[in-house]
Design a protein around this ligand. Structure first.
Ligand code: LLP
Length: 383
């Protein structure tokens, strides 16, 4: 089985472009909703994964909340129809301006990552005569066994608070009329492909809750376990929708939620990765010494994941059906040696003008595009 691409539309369109299969996105959203409604959990879509307006609108219409990391994301979430109270705001470096925006919009929660940040949120909330709802992001020190650039839950990472400072910060919230303590936030990393790290996270949270309760802190209304569920980049057609059921069931089975306590998730990649592909045209085929290059019009400026994380996105020649397989390095036009999408790829013979799909590019693709080399940003077809 292979995803159906509107190739005739691509032929007429300028490339490179991101193609989003909105039907597949809808199926993914329906699947998540079916799975979480069984347990009464909530999902805030991590919009850093893809903030394309069509995608955001569809996700807000499905009733999800939004996990944001900047003032720009808060504004885009509100524009796309997310309710302010369903928006959470994370990040180690929230500026005063961004905090003020969150306060004025009345967002659901600030996920706080340092003692100084809590001071500033309190001060700004007092000035604005508002109450800031805050959760404390704890660094759980769990190794998610993923690429070191996308591991976030280890002590050596810049994210979150050490557990030792948390009780005094909860106390501070309790004593302040401008702060309302909502709960605890965690996130262990991204593209996590086994459930074991999540089981460890549940155990860690259980222990933390026990400890805090023993110190008399019982008002934890919500637990937010972040995101990170991975997808299959090697075979996007085999599992176009991530395996959500076992993931949510694991939290249901292992996390000891207290009465009335809510559980929140912040999934990004698993929601949008498989519904998107980067569509690019072959500009030239070049015979090198012992190498044959397919030079395409997309580069690391359109999809940086291969250059930045040594990621591999499955490459397909959409217009080469029936041709003999040949071996290519698929490369972009940018003046950097890391501008390579694949080495020794076996593809149906590639001709100038062929359309190539780089699959599983719906997450951390379009949003990470840049204008390096003064290129244009990629286009988009969402249908
Ligand atoms: N919550 C927090 C606090 C996060 O930092 C992240 C991702 C998420 C949720 C969503 O994680 P997801 O479900 O998408 O794994 N650019 C990298 C990924 C960076 C992830 C950053 N944080 C990549 O292309 O692989």
């Amino acid at each position: 089985m292979s995803m159906k691409f509107p190739i005739e539309r691509f032929r007429k369109a300028a490339t490179p472009l991101y193609y989003y299969d909105m039907e597949l996105l809808q199926q993914t959203l329906d699947k998540i909703k079916g799975s979480v409604s069984r347990y009464g959990f909530n999902v805030h879509y991590a919009m850093k994964a893809n903030a394309n307006p069509a995608i955001l609108r569809r996700i807000s219409e499905a009733g999800f909340g939004a996990d944001t990391v900047s003032g720009g994301e808060i504004a885009a979430a509100i524009n796309a129809g997310f309710k302010a109270e369903d928006i959470v705001f994370a990040g180690v470096g929230k500026t005063d301006g961004e905090i003020l925006l969150g306060l004025r919009e009345g967002i659901g929660c600030f996920n706080v990552e340092s003692a100084q940040e809590l001071e500033i949120i309190e001060q700004l909330a007092l000035e604005e005569r508002k109450v800031a709802r805050v959760a404390l992001r704890i660094n759980p020190n769990i190794d998610a066994h993923t690429h070191h650039y996308i591991t976030t839950g280890l002590e050596e990472n810049k994210f979150g608070l050490d557990i030792s400072v948390v009780p005094q910060m909860i106390q501070k919230c309790m004593q302040s009329k401008a702060l309302s303590f909502v709960g605890l936030h965690f996130h262990i990393g991204s593209q996590i492909t086994t459930l074991e790290p999540y089981r460890m996270l549940c155990e860690r949270i259980n222990a933390i809750q026990n400890d805090l309760e023993q110190q008399g802190m019982t008002s934890i209304k919500s637990i937010n376990v972040g995101g990170g569920l991975g997808v299959d980049y090697d075979d996007p057609d085999k599992h176009p929708i991530a395996d959500f059921d076992p993931y949510f069931a694991l939290f249901h089975n292992h996390l000891k939620l207290r009465d009335g306590q809510q559980l929140h998730f912040e999934l990004g990649r698993a929601v949008v990765a498989q519904c998107g592909s980067l569509i690019t045209r072959v500009i030239y085929v070049k015979e090198g010494i012992g190498k044959r290059f397919a030079i395409v019009d997309a580069g690391m400026t359109d999809l940086i994941r291969p250059a930045l994380y040594q990621a591999h996105h499955k490459i397909e020649n959409l217009t080469g059906a029936g041709r003999e397989l040949r071996q290519y390095d698929v490369v972009g036009p940018i003046c950097e040696s890391s501008d390579v999408f694949g080495h020794d790829e076996m593809l149906p013979e590639v001709h100038r003008g062929d359309l190539i799909a780089l699959r599983s590019a719906g997450a951390y693709g379009e949003v990470m595009a840049s204008r390096y080399n003064l290129r244009s940003l990629p286009g988009c077809i969402a249908e």
